[in-house]
Design a protein. Structure first.
Length: 334
């Protein structure tokens, strides 16, 4: 969902910055037209916050006047949205706050580091970049805190800014690269723009009645933009598939959308039709990143091992389904 960059807006009463609201604007297009206000707001909030809020939280936000239509608060969650309507979302963090997730630098394990780059193993449940709620931890904030602590600075010391060239969804785990030396930003940006960075994801998907080919390419448009992903079936499981994905473009939710369009929704991905009974989150893991070092041109390949929750679901899908015992007929005593 496309929206303008957030604009800070202090609330009356002299609240501290942690409770500052942010405003987002968009004009409803065909994707929002005819849908309930709470459905549109929930999807919008998921993009803004990096995580899907509960239905109750969205209802609270709307009832509190957090969704404006044509400049006026819309306090009816069930109202249908007309196409072309100007919408404004006012996000007060206390209305949508959820579990904060990981909060210490040690929970983002360093996979590779030199003077110019740092590559970390992002745990699931952690946003890559700061969200509308400044109190929610992010991977950027944790890594900046780690670098600051090494330099001997306290919390009040200015954070060392990181170059951010990629990001993962909050539920997605795995390899994330940041730039420490600004001199490396241009070279890295050129590689991402030229699609020269090789990204490998692993996904656990539902198993269809008819298996897909061993390898295939999806070019389904994502959010009105061209998107290409190459897929390989890494393992056929008793109750699912382990799929290797190589995105050639960098659209948001690209792997998730392409797998869902292929009839292979990812376990835990409720947004795109994935079953959630076995999965505590979206079962998608950024397993490997291969690129040229932006300053030395040396080939750099960094891998992330499968996290514990992914391994547990994988093992569960490998086990065949145990049929329920047949009911035994009971004869009535005569």
């Amino acid at each position: 969902m496309r929206s303008l960059l957030p604009r800070s807006s202090a609330r009356p009463g002299g609240e501290p910055p942690a409770l500052t609201a942010r405003r987002y604007r968009l004009v409803a297009d065909a994707r929002q037209a005819g849908r309930r206000a709470d459905e549109v707001a929930r999807e919008w909030l998921a993009d803004v916050l990096g995580t899907e809020p509960s239905k109750a939280a969205v209802r609270r936000l709307i009832m509190a006047g957090g969704l404006r239509v044509g400049g006026r608060p819309l306090r009816a969650p069930g109202r249908l949205i007309d196409g072309g309507t100007a919408l404004e979302l006012i996000v007060r963090p206390e209305l949508v706050r959820r579990d904060a997730g990981p909060s210490s630098p040690g929970e983002a394990r360093v996979l590779y580091e030199d003077d110019a780059l740092i590559v970390v193993d992002k745990p699931p449940g952690l946003a890559t970049v700061p969200s509308a709620d400044p109190r929610r931890p992010s991977l950027v904030g944790l890594v900046e805190g780690l670098l600051r602590s090494r330099a001997g600075g306290g919390r009040a010391a200015p954070a060392r800014p990181l170059g951010v060239h990629q990001r993962l969804d909050q539920d997605t785990s795995g390899v994330v690269l940041f730039v420490k030396d600004p001199a490396a930003n241009a070279g890295l940006a050129m590689q991402f723009a030229a699609r020269a960075v090789e990204k490998t994801y692993l996904a656990l998907t539902q198993r269809p009645a008819r298996l897909p080919p061993k390898a295939w390419r999806s070019a389904v448009v994502v959010d009105d933009a061209p998107a290409v992903t190459d897929f390989v079936i890494a393992e056929v499981l008793a109750r699912g598939l382990l799929v290797e994905a190589h995105p050639r473009t960098g659209r948001k939710h690209q792997v998730r959308v392409h797998l869902a369009e292929a009839g292979l929704p990812i376990f835990g991905d409720r947004r795109y039709g994935g079953a959630s009974g076995l999965a505590p989150r979206v079962m998608l893991h950024a397993a490997r990143l291969v690129l040229r070092h932006p300053l030395t041109d040396a080939l750099l390949s960094v891998e992330s091992p499968l996290p514990a929750d992914f391994r547990a679901v994988l093992e569960g899908l490998r086990a065949p389904r145990v049929p329920a015992p047949a009911a035994r007929s009971r004869r009535r005593a005569r």
